[in-house]
Design a protein around this ligand. Structure first.
Ligand SMILES: Cc1ncc(COP(=O)(O)O)c(C=O)c1O
Length: 396
């Protein structure tokens, strides 16, 4: 039968990242591509104990459908955890637990905008956000970045231009700390300025913060949600990088009137998030394991980040510019030669190294001579070897 597909799905491209998961398991391949945590960072022993405990003590609820916004134990624990780690303690009525923060992105695109509406992101931005937004047929306008994150001075002229064209942006999406894909962090002054501009134009701000706790160097910068004037910021968090992405658990914090709308969309998407995972996260927080695991991940990833930065210095001096992030999971490399990294990918894979091309993160098909390099998945030796292989093939 000749199936007819929607304009929405016909307008979507397969993500380079999902391909990556296949490539990463090819024998001999060094993957600097996907944004995966190191498998050694998973607290398997602690999670096994918790899972048995949950089945024995909360089995009936953990195996049952849960509330659409989340299991109340998990919601309370998330609120307390945010108070300890992010500087704000939202009311429990302001939290929804999602199947990963990826689902939160999809929900907000559906709730805050109509197909054809315009939103503002950083340029480049997270490829999964591009999927969620283009999956809702939103038009993205990117604001250029430098090593201190979004160049906020360019935000207001863009908003004014869009307003004059009758395309007032429906929200501003930012990953201010250890941004995916660049690794850049926005300083406090720029955050303040962004909040002021958004407030004066009546545009909601969405702060996506999966990496904030993975800081290896430098001083912490306040989350925008915790800053003065940040009370209405819609905040996305996740357990993927501080527990495991396998349990698919994220959360959104938003004002109650927005939460009511998330509730409606969530019912349509999957009724509720996995109850079992939520009980596991509840115990994981209650026992304080999350705080120890953050420290453990920092220990593991600092070495890997250093290996990445040192290898980039050894292999790309004078041939490229790259970020040396204080945290998170990625370095962003731009080749001076202007070579197209998407075209170069096949050669890289033949030579046993994978990355994601810059174009995958662009809102307009730019970033052609950049690539995102992940430093959390591989071992220190693999990172050194992988960057060495990249150095060779880009030098040929
Ligand atoms: C910026 C950003 N937002 C959201 C996500 C989605 O995370 P998850 O759905 O695993 O919570 C990721 C994952 O890599 C990310 O980098």
């Amino acid at each position: 039968m000749p199936f007819r597909f929607s304009d929405t799905v016909l307008g979507m491209k397969p993500s380079e990242i999902r391909e990556m998961n296949k490539i990463a398991t090819t024998p001999g391949m060094i993957s600097l591509g996907g944004g995966m945590p190191g498998p050694e960072s998973f607290p398997k022993k602690e999670l096994t104990d918790i899972m048995v405990y949950v089945m024995e003590n909360y089995g009936d609820q953990a195996m049952q459908y849960g509330n659409t916004l989340g299991i109340s134990y998990a919601i309370k624990a998330i609120s307390e955890m945010l108070g300890k780690t992010e500087g704000f303690t939202p009311d429990i009525s302001q939290i929804i637990v999602n199947s990963g923060s990826q689902q939160g992105l999809y929900e907000l695109a559906t709730v805050l905008a109509n197909p054809g509406d315009t939103i503002i992101t950083e340029e480049p931005t997270y490829v999964g956000a591009i999927s969620a937004f283009s999956g809702n047929r939103l038009r993205m306008e990117g604001v250029e970045m430098d090593s201190h994150g979004m160049i906020v001075e360019k935000l207001e002229p863009l908003i004014k231009k869009l307003e004059s064209e009758g395309r007032t942006p429906r929200f501003i999406y930012t990953i201010p700390t250890f941004q995916n894909p660049t690794g850049y962090t926005m300083g406090e002054e720029r955050r303040k300025h962004l909040l002021e501009i958004a407030e004066s134009h009546g545009i909601p701000v969405v702060e996506d913060n999966p990496y904030g706790k993975l800081r290896y160097y430098g001083k912490e910068v306040k989350t925008m949600r915790s800053m003065k004037g940040g009370e209405n910021v819609i905040y996305l968090g996740t357990f993927s990088k501080v527990m495991t992405p396998g349990l698919r658990l994220g959360y959104t914090v938003a004002p109650v009137e927005v939460m009511e709308k998330f509730n409606l969309i969530k019912q349509a998407l999957d009724l509720a998030t996995n109850s079992f995972s939520q009980f596991v996260a509840y115990e994981y927080i209650k026992r304080g394991i999350i705080y120890k695991q953050i420290q453990e991940n920092i220990r593991i990833y600092t070495k890997k980040r250093d290996a990445m930065v040192e290898s980039l210095r050894e292999n790309f001096q004078g041939r490229g510019v790259w970020s040396e992030p204080d945290g998170g999971m990625f370095s962003w490399l731009t080749l001076n030669s202007g070579a197209d990294t998407k075209l170069m990918k096949e050669k890289a894979i033949k030579n046993g190294v994978a990355y994601v091309s810059g174009q995958a993160f662009s809102t307009y098909g730019g970033q052609k001579s950049s690539m995102r390099l992940n430093f959390t998945f591989g071992s220190v030796d693999q990172i050194r070897e992988g960057v060495g292989r990249l150095g060779k093939i880009t030098g040929e």
